[in-house]
Ligand binder design. Structure first.
Ligand SMILES: [Cu+2]
Length: 236
């Protein structure tokens, strides 16, 4: 309540939606609203992270699923300094994803996520293999050459998806009134969900994630075996 009042709303205009979310019930006609509020990531020692890097938010309608979204323009996930950039991203089903190799060494991208399996094979500097993602859900991407490389691609069917890097929290606008599932996910916390009731006007909330997982999830190579030590530790 204190947080919403700090935004200048009167107490009588606020209704708890029994989910930790405050709904501002304005006298305006039924029209699209917005969902906004801060997100925090709590470390194991109780302190909050200063950055929301790699955190993703999805707002999915529960009552009237939206029409399947069209494929987005191609999404590029680059390999730079033996890292995938961006590490967390999203795309709609049918979107083409390219993997430009900006390093001077060979890389590979593979997924063994059911419904979105693929393997680019090894690709050279300057190459950019492409795949088309099909099924909704979280797709875990790894490089078969470098164990430490991981990336996470969410295939989404909602128009309300945001990677929160560099932001203070969530800001979804033009949201039709209704009941939604808010999904927050981070590689080191996994997923947490809330039910959010959206009316016209502003739906204000505050959401936390708890770090509980390692930064690099244990995983095997594309053959299901342990990784061999890389031969190209320098000059990438
Ligand atoms: Cu690699």
């Amino acid at each position: 309540m204190v947080r919403a009042l700090a935004h200048g709303l009167s107490a009588s205009a606020l209704i708890w939606a029994c989910t930790g979310v405050l709904t501002w019930s304005a006298a305006a006609p039924l029209s699209a609203g917005s969902v906004q509020g801060p997100v925090q990531i709590r470390e194991k020692d109780g302190r909050f992270r200063s950055s929301l890097r790699d955190c993703i938010a999805l707002l999915e309608p529960l009552e009237a699923p939206a029409a399947p979204p069209a494929p987005m323009k191609p999404l590029a996930i680059r390999t730079v300094g033996k890292q995938f950039i961006p590490r967390v991203s999203f795309a709609t089903p049918g979107t083409e994803v390219t993997f430009p190799n900006l390093d001077h060494i060979l890389h590979n991208v593979f997924s063994v996520t059911q419904g979105n399996r693929f393997d680019t094979g090894q690709y050279r500097p300057g190459d950019a293999p492409r795949v088309r993602v099909t099924n909704p859900g979280l797709v875990k991407l790894y490089c078969n050459v470098h164990h430490q490389m991981n990336a996470f691609l969410w295939v989404v069917t909602t128009p309300f998806a945001q990677v929160l890097d560099g932001k203070k929290g969530i800001q979804f606008d033009q949201v039709p009134p209704g009941t939604y599932r808010l999904r927050l996910w981070h590689p080191e916390s996994g997923e947490k969900t809330w039910i959010v009731k959206v009316g016209s006007g502003i739906t204000q909330g505050a959401w936390d994630l708890d770090v509980s997982l390692p930064a690099l999830e244990p995983h095997k190579n594309k053959f299901g075996r342990d990784y061999a030590p890389p031969q190209d530790d320098r000059n990438y």
